[in-house]
Design a protein around this ligand. Structure first.
Ligand code: IMP
Length: 447
């Protein structure tokens, strides 16, 4: 069977359903290549991500949310964390322990020796800045921006190799000394702060020590060159990319798929890059959503689809499909194909689609740097589809029917939507459509 080499990334503002697809692809990779290993790799971001996985467990389905660990942790695949990840050792270890308890997880764990370690003071600074700065972005409070600032400052970066070594107390002291001014202002430096951190991290460092790897070589030699499967898992989405997103309302990492290859030492040409697009975009925190649905559609989808942040519990704002942005995101990520998610959540609802922007009285088909004041131009056609086949009794039956027969069994309305999407995009085919939240509820194109 062919080796599965895929990168799965978000084309909107996060929460597109990447975790569910990564989990399914990892399961598939292990099924079709049972004699090969499968590794799921995260390459950026930290616990600001929340991947909600609804996976089979002892005859029923259990919801498992990962923040630090890649989505391979629920399906037995190996997991790896790259050098640009904001690595939170505490949360990572607790997720691994939980997966061991629940799923008897026994996969190999690889953590880049270069990964920076995100510590308590990053989180506290994040919360402090959000509260006290005159402008903020609605951060998740996971410490992401302070962490990447420390990485860029270089001398305040503590690598995973240093974290697990005997150098850690000295490195920590050095970082805290350099950062003293800002930590004092935020009242983080209590008299025993350093000591408490050291004590708290001692068992975690010991537990994680064996996982430190020169990851770029391991991925290439132990997986790629041996014909094993590699699934690269993105976090957040293109709108939140630090350079190409809606500046300044972005996260602090470089999240576009090509960045993954640069830091993991893997060849882009060997991989299929799959962009994940939720039929309708959503956004939490601050930041513009050009097609914001401030209407009945937006309200009902938010409620019925349970559009609530997995990390912060905040309501996600809902928008109408914005194909201008999707085309931009597919271009930047160098996508080979797209998987459309949550088509079940908008069945029987009328959808209008943004195919251009009105910017200072001018019609544009490109995404400008500043989206404020930009108005969506909607196609004169609307879409509405129904998924449930009246002649089928149970949800399980209608889902199974689609999964077996592929797109051809979809109602013509949904088929039109897919065809028009592809015509607009020109070069990014939709290879699958997700019709439910559980593992396996995804319909692949057969023809
Ligand atoms: P930060 O990444 O915690 O600094 O948050 C910056 C912005 O990105 C905020 O608006 C967050 O709500 C948003 N954000 C960060 N991670 C995610 C994610 O995984 N899904 C959706 N939004 C996110």
């Amino acid at each position: 069977m062919t080796q599965i080499l895929e990168a799965i990334v978000g084309l909107q503002a996060g929460d597109e359903g990447k975790g569910k697809i990564v989990d399914e692809r990892a399961v598939y990779a292990q099924e079709v290549n049972p004699d090969k290993r499968t590794v799921v790799v995260r390459y950026q971001g930290g616990t600001n991500a929340g991947h909600t996985l609804n996976v089979p467990y002892k005859g029923s389905t259990v919801k498992f949310v990962t923040h630090a660990a890649p989505s391979g942790i629920t399906n037995g695949a190996d997991i790896a964390l790259g050098p640009n990840v904001a690595f939170n050792p505490e949360i990572f270890l607790s997720e691994v322990e939980e997966a061991r308890r629940l799923f008897e997880y026994q996969g190999r764990i690889l953590i880049s020796e270069r990964a920076g370690v995100l510590l308590d003071y990053h989180q506290k600074l994040d919360v402090f800045n959000e509260k006290n700065d005159i402008r903020n972005v609605g951060a998740t409070g996971s410490g992401i921006s302070p962490f990447y600032q420390d990485n860029a400052r270089r001398v305040t970066r503590i690598t995973f190799a240093e974290y697990i070594s005997e150098q850690f107390p000295d490195k920590l002291k050095e970082a805290l000394t350099i950062k003293k001014r800002e930590l004092t202002e935020a009242e983080i430096l209590t008299p025993h702060y350093e000591e408490e951190l050291l004590v708290r991290h001692q068992p975690i460092r010991r537990a994680l020590k064996k996982y430190s790897e020169r990851l770029e070589y391991r991925l290439r030699k132990d997986y790629l060159e041996k014909g094993d499967n590699i699934i690269i898992e993105g976090a957040q989405g293109t709108m939140l990319d630090v350079d190409m997103g809606t500046i300044p309302d972005t996260t602090a990492s470089h999240l576009l798929a090509p960045n993954a290859f640069a830091s993991l030492g893997l060849p882009r040409k060997a991989f299929e890059i799959i962009g994940i697009e939720k039929v309708y975009p959503t956004r939490v925190g601050k930041g513009i959503l050009p097609t914001l649905a401030n209407d009945e559609f937006g309200r009902t989808v938010q409620q019925e689809a349970g559009e609530v942040g997995a990390t912060t519990g905040r309501k996600r704002r809902v928008g109408y499909p914005d194909w201008v942005f999707i085309k931009y995101a597919a271009m930047l990520n160098d996508c080979d194909s797209i998987i459309l998610t949550r088509v079940d959540n908008v069945q029987d609802k009328e959808l209008k689609v943004c195919v251009g922007y009105s910017c200072n009285g001018e019609t544009i088909k490109e995404v400008p740097l500043d989206l404020r004041g930009v108005l969506p131009i909607y196609n004169n056609k609307t879409y509405k589809w129904h998924l449930w086949h009246a002649n089928e009794k149970s949800e399980k039956a209608w889902k199974a029917n689609y999964i077996q027969y592929g797109f051809d069994n979809f109602s013509v309305d949904l088929q039109y939507f897919i065809a028009d999407h592809e015509t607009y995009m020109e070069q990014y085919p939709i290879i699958a459509v997700s019709i439910g939240k559980n593992r396996g509820d995804t319909v692949y194109r057969k023809s």
